[in-house]
Design a protein around this ligand. Structure first.
Ligand code: PMP
Length: 349
């Protein structure tokens, strides 16, 4: 049985969260002398002298409307990377608890586990890059707190079968995190629609990919109100700056243009999926539901360095489990993709 209270670290259960005078005073005051801000303000940027809304209510309302999820089921982090790290801090006792990842996958699940001194257990994906459910099951014990599933998965690009994810959700009493950083490029639907069915589900998304806002650092976690309350209890009070909240509020009003941009990137992905296999250096292009392609080439390190010498940077994943000999290539603009194709065409095998 999933029970949030028994999963939580005892120090987090007992934690008295940070509070400020503005938790008690809502509305507009005439004079604010409570937070040791500078009432005069910066000469050039006067309007940033106050602390930002710690609950980011305005952008939560916009995200709620777009995603069809209640504002109380949304946590906003300084990138998904903060949403990832806070889950370790809330649930995993250092030196005692463990989590499961399914490599090859996004690197921060492992780095965050190491930072927090949490044991990492690995259930590698199968040859078709799907979950190895039987192996995952053997790794679970009473100290397993989190299972990380990335769908579409980085760096392989495929979506994880929905039925398999639901199997994990139904059979694991800890928290299942489904990282949907690339969901807007996917043919598969988001799991946010299943939040009501699974109290142990956390879905993560980000504005860094489809929304084109990696520089602003805005990640989202969608979960039950109880899990979101835990996030709110332990988060740094002002984790999203006023400047970012303003810019994001603007960007979120523009869903139609973003959808057009996503269509454009998916079109370019399809073009690369067609053109790359025609090149002598390319052995295989794996199917992708993301904004990047895993591409097996004849000489990964050689081609990586050749592209670098031509000022084209891709990711060398050739030493990564199941990705041997492969590069991970982000889908760029049409012009950037042309540059890539031209350079690869000229590589002498
Ligand atoms: N999750 C996955 C699967 C990613 O690939 C990335 C970025 N490479 C992130 C999360 C990080 O997202 P953010 O920029 O929101 O921290």
């Amino acid at each position: 049985m999933f029970d949030l209270n028994t999963l939580l670290r005892s120090n987090i259960k007992a934690l008295v969260p940070y509070s400020s005078a503005r938790d008690e005073f809502h509305g507009e005051a005439k004079v604010y002398l409570d937070a040791n801000e500078n009432s005069i303000g910066s000469p050039l940027l006067k309007w940033y002298n106050r602390y930002p809304d710690p609950q980011q209510q305005k952008i939560k309302e916009k995200i709620s409307a777009i995603k069809g999820v209640s504002t109380k089921q949304i946590f906003i982090g300084n990138g998904s990377d903060e949403c990832i790290d806070l889950l370790y801090r809330a649930f995993c006792n250092p030196g005692v608890d463990n989590v499961i990842i399914c490599p090859p996958t996004y690197g921060m699940y492992e780095v965050s586990a190491n930072i927090n001194d949490v044991e990492l257990r690995k259930a590698p994906l199968l040859d078709d890059f799907q979950l190895n459910l039987a192996h995952m099951e053997t790794l679970v014990d009473e100290h397993t707190k989190l299972i990380w599933i990335c769908s579409p998965n980085n760096p392989t690009g495929n979506s994880i079968n929905m039925a398999d994810i639901e199997m994990v959700l139904n059979n694991f009493d800890g928290i299942v995190v489904v990282d949907e950083a690339y969901i807007n490029f996917s043919r598969q639907r988001s799991l946010v629609t299943l939040l009501a069915d699974y109290p142990n589900l956390v879905v993560m998304q980000t504005l860094s990919k489809a929304w084109g806002l990696a520089g602003l650092r805005l990640g989202m976690a969608f979960a039950s109100e109880e899990i979101i309350n835990v996030y709110n209890k332990i988060k740094p009070p002002y984790n999203i700056s006023e400047a970012v909240q303003e810019l994001v509020a603007k960007a979120l009003d523009n869903v139609e243009d973003v959808n057009e941009m996503i269509k454009e990137l998916v079109k370019e992905r399809k073009r690369l999926e067609t053109e790359l296999p025609k090149l002598a250096v390319v052995e295989k292009v794996y199917p992708s539901d993301a904004n990047f392609l895993l591409v097996k080439v004849v000489d990964a390190r050689g081609i990586y360095e050749y592209l670098l010498a031509n000022q084209i940077v891709v990711r060398d994943r050739s030493k990564v489990l199941l990705c041997e000999g492969s590069l991970r290539i982000t889908v760029g603009t049409a012009r950037e993709n042309d540059e890539l194709l031209n350079a690869l065409q000229k590589f002498i095998v």
